[in-house]
Design a protein around this ligand. Structure first.
Ligand SMILES: O=C(O)[C@@H](CO)OP(=O)(O)O
Length: 249
């Protein structure tokens, strides 16, 4: 049996302000730094060690990983960064407040934008200076891979090849792997690993800063999964993520 750990980054400054973030490169809040430190503590308590780590090209996930590796005295392990683990691109919604959007367009519409499987948010104008095609970190990507907005399905289509082609072979070879990523890139991978239906995936919310352990068999199929940490706190954090799309939050 192999184990792999997924970790959603700690709270970012825009999580705190309840703004759609996507590919905007926003750093951790002071609370997010504490959450990353707490994740390291939980992993250490359970005697986890890692041989290799994967993360996105966004600093909230990278810094979370740095903090965890620092606290675990594992800063020396190889780290691979890939755009494929980035948060889902939230298009023209990036920067906008989720509650204000719910007031303007209704909670149902915001839920569709946030949690439906194949509905894309409105696209970011291709001339918008915030468009990723102007960002040097995506320079090496073929233009057709650079999104203006992504549904969860689009996110799954870029994360799953990275999982099956890169990460899973390392896990199955016996390496202990940590993946520091984002709410929706983790949702996409969990949907794939667990074959969650398009309908059921709407109800899955990933809290910030709690290590999520997957036990896999020799074919990469799920045996069990569980969070490290206090179950009540985790449930509360999941509910908090879900309620970010409410008009009143
Ligand atoms: O704004 C975002 O990029 C994501 C994660 O913070 O939000 P949501 O939970 O609404 O998908």
């Amino acid at each position: 049996m192999m184990k792999v750990v997924f970790l959603r980054h700690g709270e970012s400054l825009w999580n705190k302000e309840n703004r759609f973030t996507g590919w905007t490169d926003i750093d951790l809040s002071a609370h997010g730094i504490e959450e990353a430190e707490n994740a390291a503590r939980l992993l250490k308590e359970e005697h986890f060690v890692f041989d290799i780590a994967y993360t996105s090209l966004l600093k909230r996930a990278i810094r979370t990983l740095w903090i965890v590796l620092d606290k675990m005295d594992l800063m020396w392990i190889p780290v691979e960064k890939s755009w494929r683990l980035n948060e889902r691109h939230y298009g023209a919604l990036q920067g906008l407040n989720k509650s204000e959007m719910a007031k303007k367009y209704g909670e149902e519409q915001v839920l569709l934008w946030r949690r439906s499987y194949d509905i894309r948010p409105p696209a970011l104008d291709s001339n918008d200076p915030r468009h990723p095609k102007f960002d040097p970190r995506y320079r090496s990507l073929p233009p057709e891979s650079i999104p203006s907005a992504e549904s969860l399905k689009d996110t799954l289509e870029r994360t799953v090849p990275y999982w099956t082609g890169k990460i899973l072979p390392e896990v199955l070879s016996g390496k202990k792997v940590l993946i520091a990523a984002h709410g929706n890139s983790i949702r996409a991978l969990i949907k794939y690993i667990e074959s969650i239906s398009d309908k059921e995936i709407v109800g899955l919310n990933i809290p910030t800063g709690f290590p999520l352990v997957y036990e896999l068999d020799e074919k990469g199929r799920k045996i069990a999964s569980y969070y490290l940490g206090d179950i009540q706190e985790i449930k509360k954090a999941e509910r908090m993520v879900a309620s970010q799309g409410k008009a009143s939050s």
